[in-house]
Design a protein around this ligand. Structure first.
Ligand code: FES
Length: 80
């Protein structure tokens, strides 16, 4: 069993339209996407699955404290 790994800032990148599963345990080797590591490592955390409705820039939360997961809402800047 492994604890989740939390980053200190979002991953910002150009995303494409479609259904996505974003890693919330931090163990994925394909961040920000889930690769099943939450299950293999028994983190007790599930990925966030959502539909991206159009191509464009996204900021995916890596601190996992956002009130708007999987998207960054700026909460990471208050965690220091
Ligand atoms: S990374 Fe910004 S709120 Fe989590």
């Amino acid at each position: 069993m492994a604890d989740p790994i939390h980053g200190d800032r979002p991953m910002v990148f150009e995303e494409t339209t479609g259904k996505k599963a974003y890693c919330m345990c931090g163990h994925s080797e394909k961040l920000p996407y889930c690769d099943g590591a939450h299950s293999r490592n028994q983190t007790g955390v599930q990925p966030r699955v959502c539909e991206i409705e159009k191509d464009g820039k996204v900021a995916i939360c890596q601190c996992h404290q956002s009130a708007n997961l999987p998207f960054c809402d700026g909460t990471h800047s208050t965690l220091r």
